[in-house]
Design a protein around this ligand. Structure first.
Ligand code: ATP
Ligand code: MG
Length: 554
């Protein structure tokens, strides 16, 4: 592609209202333009990247045995009433009426439509299992569309739905999808983790989210250095420490303030089931995990702090006066610690369980922190932020039961099928990839996603016949080799041209100038490197081929 014939539209200014790096860079590079809140046009440059994601997703879904189909965006209300979601879904579902005053919605997801198709289409267990997928526009009237295409209202999703006679079969397809997603995000060149989204109590493989690790992510992910264990921080179990409690020392005494040297605990006063105060005791450095605390039988859910009156009534209490206490495992093994009650504004030193306080009830009350032991292997936990780009889920019979999706089994009996569903946010992947791959100069595309693999940057293309001939020859040769290449024939000043090519993130750049051609050389630089090197004119195609041919491009 010649740049002069391709709508490249870059800007230096950071667009107002674009909070995240990916949103800024997608605007600045001329990949997307906003039409209205959460609605974007994909310009030719952006669309090339979107199509690359789509292509890899499609190839791997096909390889897994899933079958592509395409369902309508507009869906009749009756189906959603049948599943019960017409009432449940809330304002994210955009509803409207047609000219006959019949109710419809724009599909935020397609469980109802696919289950309806299934019940009309498939009769026998011999046609199972089957996994249908589509790559289709979704509409969700998000309460806060933001970060560009990361949380848009209209976006592109790959959604797949599988149907089975029993849960063993569902488990097998779920595993195949897990592996397929792993291949997809690996091929896309992304650093990602498969995160267990349930608590792990229902067998462990009920639902996984796939997260691209990036600072801009909305979720905190804990993952092990020792295995592929990863969980949302709220879900990850904090392993109870082993070992003996230190022996008590000096008698307990009130102090003006904690001295910072002794181990210190803090107490969160929450309402118990009957409204009475329950103290949740944690090490000073740990954070209370509300989700874990709400599961405790002694506490009310949702968790509520004690009332101001109840607190006032406790003002004079020292730690030993018969309060209900639940200690986090890490706080429960401390000895000779400082007790700091922020609500009472008081501290006591040399406090010991069993001597100054009753032996506490123990529970996992805290968020995990980096360096904690992994709950499932010998490694330790690390914490990073993640962007959810995919989700695999065992639905069971939720939709098949509601919509009567049945098949005849071997004995000729009608059986309700069991379902799984598997989503990838195709357009969100583009933004997530930028969050993970950029520098101060712009985007640094992983090769698999790059709109072009190579940029040819001739100096004085219009004026110098030698440069023009060498560039055109190289352009033809690269195209013949099947390498996608952008020839920047816009006759810009070199600094402006280089800045543009770096902003849009093309992985390989070749500069052709009269000076280097004098030595039968061109200048090559990878986007990931800081310096250029001279390469013989006869060697550059071979070099680019080895850089590109074995990787996932074009
Ligand atoms: P989130 O928690 O981010 O709202 P979700 O749980 O609603 O996601 P799913 O219903 O599982 O998402 O949809 C499948 C995938 O679609 C998600 O993993 C995500 O990558 C993508 N996705 C969801 N909502 C949006 C959106 N508003 N804009 C872009 N992509 C989205
Ligand atoms: Mg959502």
């Amino acid at each position: 592609m010649r740049a002069s014939a391709f709508h490249l539209s870059t800007t230096r200014e950071i667009p107002s209202g674009a909070e995240t790096v990916s949103h800024q860079l997608m605007m600045r590079a001329g990949m997307i333009r906003q039409l209205a809140s959460g609605l974007y046009t994909w310009l030719p440059l952006g669309l090339k990247v979107l199509r690359r994601v789509e292509q890899i997703v499609r190839e791997e879904m096909d390889r897994s045995g899933a079958l592509e189909l395409l369902m309508p965006v507009v869906q009749p209300a009756e189906l959603w009433q049948e599943s019960g979601r017409w009432e449940q879904y809330g304002p994210e579902l955009l509803r409207f009426a047609d000219r006959h005053q019949r109710a419809f919605c724009l599909g935020p997801t397609h469980e109802e439509v696919i289950t309806d198709l299934f019940r009309r289409e498939i009769r026998s267990h011999r046609q199972l299992p089957v996994n249908f997928y589509q790559i289709q526009t979704k509409f969700r009237d998000e309460i806060r569309p933001r970060f560009g295409v990361m949380r848009a209202r209209e976006f592109l999703m790959k959604d797949a739905y599988s149907f089975h006679l029993d849960t063993d079969c569902l488990d097998r397809t779920y595993q195949v999808m897990y592996e397929t997603y792993t291949r997809i995000f690996t091929r896309l060149g992304l650093n990602f983790r498969a995160v267990r989204a349930d608590s792990g109590s229902i067998g462990g493989s009920f639902s996984h989210e796939f997260h691209v690790l990036a600072d801009a992510g909305e979720d905190a992910i804990a993952f092990s250095t020792g295995s592929d264990y990863a969980a949302n921080v709220e879900m990850a179990a904090a392993v109870a420490p082993t070992g003996a409690r230190p022996a008590p020392g000096l008698p307990m005494a009130p102090v003006a303030a904690p001295d910072g040297r002794a181990p210190q605990v803090k107490v969160h006063w929450m309402q118990g089931l009957g409204g009475q105060p329950v103290g949740l005791v944690l090490c000073e450095e740990h954070e209370l995990n509300v989700i874990k605390a709400e599961k405790l039988s002694q506490l009310s859910a949702p968790l509520r702090p004690v009332t101001a009156e109840a607190l006032a009534a406790m003002q004079d209490r020292s730690p030993h006066t018969g309060l209900t206490l639940i200690a986090d495992h890490a706080a429960a093994i401390l000895g000779d610690f400082t007790w700091f009650d922020a609500a009472a504004g008081k501290a006591w030193a040399h406090v010991n369980w069993g001597r100054d306080l009753p032996e506490p009830a123990c529970a996992d009350l805290r968020n995990v922190v980096p360096g904690d032991p992994s709950p499932e292997d010998a490694g330790t936990l690390d914490i990073a932020r993640g962007i959810e780009v995919g989700h695999i889920f065992q639905l069971g019979t939720k939709y098949s039961a509601a919509l009567d999706a049945q098949v005849l089994d071997e004995a000729g009996q009608s059986r309700t099928v069991t379902m799984g569903c598997y989503g990838i946010g195709v357009s969100r992947v583009v933004a997530a990839a930028i969050e993970q791959n950029h520098d101060e100069r712009g985007i640094r595309w992983p090769l698999a996603l790059a709109p072009f693999a190579v940029a040819l940057a001739p100096l004085h293309y219009a004026k110098s016949a030698a440069v023009r001939e060498a560039t055109d020859a190289l352009y033809a040769e690269l195209q013949a080799a099947g390498i996608s290449v952008l020839l920047d024939d816009r006759n810009l000043r070199p600094g402006v041209m280089f800045a543009d090519l770096e902003l849009i993130g093309i992985p390989h750049r070749v500069v052709i100038s009269e000076r280097s051609l004098g030595n039968h050389q061109v200048e090559y630089q990878a986007r990931s490197e800081d310096t250029a090197r001279l390469v013989g004119c006869g060697d550059i195609v071979a070099l680019l081929r080895t850089e590109i041919i074995h990787q996932d491009h074009p």
